[in-house]
Design a protein around this ligand. Structure first.
Ligand SMILES: [Ca+2]
Length: 301
């Protein structure tokens, strides 16, 4: 199989694997669920199946799970079972409804954030929306970041609130690698915004961009020191894990993997000639864990 195609398949496999693993890990047994809605992570059990390419999950304060299906549905799983269609989603081979994040004050405002691919004026774009979650609906839709370049592949799509209560967003190069080096483009970046989508104070370029020179990052996580780490897909191998800092250039498409260049950051770790196809990142006890489709998950300290 062609390496790129192989990789695309691997990414899809990973996303499914992430969900499956999450489901196995997260589910409490039915008896426990009925008595106590808290999730029992000690005893894995499948909580939902027949889902369609789940891309991201979030745990609600009551223990229920929200999950995005890439085709355009937010599923609620647990004490309340519900399905919410998200309008305008365009599913492509690596695009569709992807990232999901809860507002840091979700318990009070019920706000959730979604990253999705759409077709706008005949072009593929990505955007971030904010919705209010009720038991029966997603309400008060607001587009907070619009016109992120998109394509059939390389749409990024991970969103997460940091310890600073700012929203971080990964975007892909939209198959136009040079956009990653343009700090005025939203493609191939990690963005940092306020919860309303405006640029965070002290962003390095005075716009939404926090770091640049990324190819297709899809993992975001913070360690115990509050440092941000990200993983991204290399072109066929050379997947990367990077320590992300404001204004830094992570090299794509000028350097990749372990290559070095003045003014550019070389990853803290890369996969060399292997492929991790890292569709996500978690940090637990300062150990990075990323789902890997080929072999065991790559875990190190
Ligand atoms: Ca790089």
């Amino acid at each position: 199989m062609h390496p790129i195609l192989k990789k695309s398949v691997a990414v899809t496999t990973i996303l499914i694997a992430v969900l499956f693993a999450a489901m196995l890990i997260i589910r409490s047994n039915e008896r426990a669920a009925s008595e106590d809605r808290k999730i029992d992570i000690e005893h894995g059990e499948v909580v939902a199946d027949n889902l369609n390419t789940v891309w991201d999950i979030a745990i609600l304060p009551d223990g229920d799970i929200l999950a995005t299906e890439r085709s355009g549905t937010v599923k609620r799983i647990g004490g309340i079972t519900a399905s919410f269609e998200v309008p305008d989603v365009l599913e492509t081979s690596e695009g569709g409804l992807m990232g999901l994040a809860l507002h840091p004050n979700f318990s009070d405002n019920r706000e959730i954030y979604l990253y999705l691919t759409v077709r706008k004026n005949g072009e593929i774009k990505n955007r971030v929306e904010r919705h209010r979650l009720t038991e029966n609906a997603l309400e008060n839709k607001t587009i907070i970041i619009d016109d992120i370049p998109g394509a059939d592949r390389h749409n990024g799509g991970r969103i997460a609130f940091g310890p600073d209560d700012l929203l971080y967003v990964t975007t892909g190069d939209a198959l136009i690698p040079n956009l990653s080096q343009d700090t005025n483009s939203l493609a191939g970046k990690i963005l940092r915004v306020n919860p309303d989508g405006s640029p965070a104070e002290n962003n390095p370029f005075g716009n939404l961009v926090y770091s640049y020179g990324h190819r297709n990052p899809q993992g975001l996580a913070w360690d115990s020191q509050g440092r941000l780490w990200s993983v991204e897909h290399g072109p066929a191998a050379q997947d990367e894990i990077n320590l992300i800092e404001a204004g830094e250039n992570y090299g794509w498409p000028i350097i990749e993997g372990g290559q070095r260049r003045q003014g550019m950051r070389t990853p803290n770790r890369h996969s060399g000639n292997d492929t991790w196809a890292p569709g996500g990142l978690a940090i637990i006890n300062d150990t990075c864990s990323l789902p890997a489709s080929e072999g065991n998950p790559c875990i190190w300290q």
